[in-house]
Design a protein around this ligand. Structure first.
Ligand code: HEM
Length: 547
């Protein structure tokens, strides 16, 4: 770096001097500049993925990544048609993996690790004390991260723990949805000016209670919910350690989160019965490693981010895609009514409806709703799983072709790009097609549909919304239960219309951050409002869920 930093300014200065003299000198300057740029391009072994030079030498891919983040991968894959590439970045390089088989192999590989990134980013994002930062960056750092990732998290998502998370969250959702338009007539609908903010709040309440228990810091102060999303929006900049005057909102939001979580961990509410194992196990592991309570709170600002940052936008898009299609709503309603209602009757003078929310019931009795759910995942999960190659690693594609990833290099497994590859999904890959996944789990269409674009086999290979291997999302069943409870209830008991007029217009996508997995709506969903009222025959119904 130091050498190149010296060579470039020197050359530029000399070049300028020559520009004022002769055309021959200009030609020489261009040739020299070309040679220098060429010499700065990293040399690659022929076994490495093919080199993809940026249009602007040295920094083109960096600019592309900064501006378009995860979407840059889709653009590169589409414009080159390549399964994998080596991207030169300044004087270094990064591997971008786009082919589904290679991504799956990368996710499974034991020598591609996320630990170096966690160790680098945590002290910067969490602004932990110096001793804790040293602990993480010291010889025990790897061990501490491994204990969290391979012990505390998996043991917090065993079936009994997930059942408890689901039961608490769904009881909270039932209680909130039971009061939604409970007393309004079916002709007057309640206006909801911003559907994103409404769904966000619904899930924050339910998730906060399930995750944190009786002392949920999100329930105490509404500013904490707002802060979480401002923190999320600025997370990449905080990861780059940009100062407060450049990222004032991000710095403020982080402080609000820390201030909300610090008393929770200081009072050891994480160890109480009502807290989830997710909170409890992680905090216990961090304290065991020597983190003081204040640093536990700082590191754990990432926990509500994991629990909400993807579920909320996914529910938002599922809601938008479904309710903007009246004919689809009619079909889904029939599915839910026939397949999920297990009890409907009076209890102490109140009409109560109980819905079966087990994954098996959903899969068996609501295939179209499941297809809409998967199609929403496909269209909006833009996950880029970033890893470092701990040693030379070979990834093999489905044709048996091998690609060498050199030790020490950064590898981006662009799941979002594989969700858009036309060779797997067909020419309508950019469309939301509600029926696309019908029969997905039972093997999809008939065996003779082969493995070409849009075949069940190709789609199963390319569909990896929750990652895979050692880092497969442990919260996926919890997210599923929350989202489906909301969707099934809204479909069954409510009419949803656009806020103004009769035309539905979904918002565009916000920049797809490389830090989280699901695309948010642009401008916090501004301009996408709805009116909601009870359906005729479902007025005053109270909801309950069976798990
Ligand atoms: C629709 C919702 C969700 C989506 C699409 C999603 C997606 C993902 C993906 C793609 C990964 C893998 C990251 C990687 O490869 O580096 C991941 C990891 C993770 N997710 Fe989720 N997630 C969702 C909901 C949740 C929820 C609700 C929780 C917690 C309650 C959660 C907790 C985690 C954790 C702790 C990890 C890290 C696991 C590890 O690295 O070992 N996720 N998620």
């Amino acid at each position: 770096m130091a050498t190149n930093g010296g060579v470039l300014p020197a050359l530029t200065a000399r070049g300028l001097e020559m520009v004022t003299t002769t055309p021959v000198a200009i030609a020489i300057a261009i040739a020299v500049a070309y040679l220098v740029l060429h010499s700065l391009t990293p040399s690659i072994d022929p076994r490495e993925p093919p080199l993809l030079k940026p249009r602007i030498p040295l920094i083109g891919h960096i600019i592309g990544m900064m501006r378009h983040q995860a979407h840059y991968h889709i653009t590169l894959q589409r414009s080159t048609g390549k399964p994998i590439a080596t991207l030169p970045m300044l004087t270094g390089k990064m591997y971008a993996v786009w082919d589904p088989y290679l991504i799956a192999a990368g996710l499974r590989s034991k020598s591609l690790s996320s630990t170096p990134h966690i160790i680098d980013a945590t002290p910067l994002v969490a602004q932990v004390s110096k001793p804790t930062a040293n602990l993480l960056r010291g010889p025990r750092g790897n061990h501490i991260v491994d204990r969290i990732m391979h012990h505390a998290i998996p043991s917090a998502f065993k079936p009994a723990s997930i059942q408890r998370l689901n039961a608490t969250a769904l009881a909270e959702l039932a209680s909130q949805l039971s009061t939604l338009c409970a007393s309004s007539s079916t002709t007057t609908k309640t206006p909801i000016p911003n559907a994103w903010l409404w769904l966000r709040h619904l899930l924050t309440d339910a998730t906060g209670k399930a995750v944190y228990g009786a002392h949920d810091p999100f329930a105490k102060n509404p500013a904490v919910e707002t802060a979480l999303w401002e923190f999320e929006k600025n997370l990449l900049k905080l990861t780059l350690n940009l100062p407060a005057f450049l990222v004032p909102v991000g710095h403020r939001a982080r402080q609000v989160l820390i201030d909300a979580l610090a008393p929770y961990y200081a009072a050891r509410h994480d160890a109480e019965e009502s807290a989830s194992d997710f909170v409890r196990n992680r905090a216990a592991e961090l304290r065991e490693a020597g983190f003081p309570d204040d640093d536990v709170a700082r590191v754990e600002i990432m926990l509500p981010f994991a629990a909400l940052a993807n579920t909320v936008p996914l529910l938002f898009w599922l809601f938008g895609h479904v309710f903007s299609r009246p004919e689809l709503v009619r079909r889904l309603r029939a599915e839910v009514e026939e397949g999920l209602v297990v009890v409907s009757g009076k209890e102490q003078g109140e009409e109560v409806v109980v819905l079966s929310m087990t994954a098996a019931a959903m899969e068996e009795r609501c295939p179209l709703l499941m297809s809409c759910y998967r199609e929403t995942l496909r269209r909006t999960v833009h996950q880029v799983s970033t890893r470092t190659a701990l040693q030379d690693t070979v990834l093999t594609d489905r044709a048996g072709r091998e690609y060498l990833l050199k030790k020490g290099s950064v590898v981006q497994l662009a799941i979002g790009a594989s969700h858009a590859v036309e060779e797997y999904w067909g020419p309508d890959a950019d469309e939301f097609r509600p029926e696309r996944f019908l029969g997905h789990n039972s093997g999809g269409r008939k065996a003779e549909d082969g493995d070409g674009p849009g075949s069940a086999k190709a789609m199963r290979a390319a569909f990896q919304p929750f990652g895979g291997g050692a880092h497969l999302c442990p919260g996926r069943n919890f997210a599923f239960a929350e989202m489906m409870a909301v969707m099934a209830t809204l479909l069954l008991g409510y009419e949803v219309e656009p806020l103004e007029g009769t035309e539905w217009k979904l918002p565009g996508f916000a920049t797809r951050s490389v830090i989280d997995a699901v695309t948010k709506p642009a401008k916090h969903g501004e301009g996408f409002g709805v009116r909601i009222g009870r359906r005729q025959g479902w007025e005053g119904v109270r909801w309950r869920y069976e798990l």
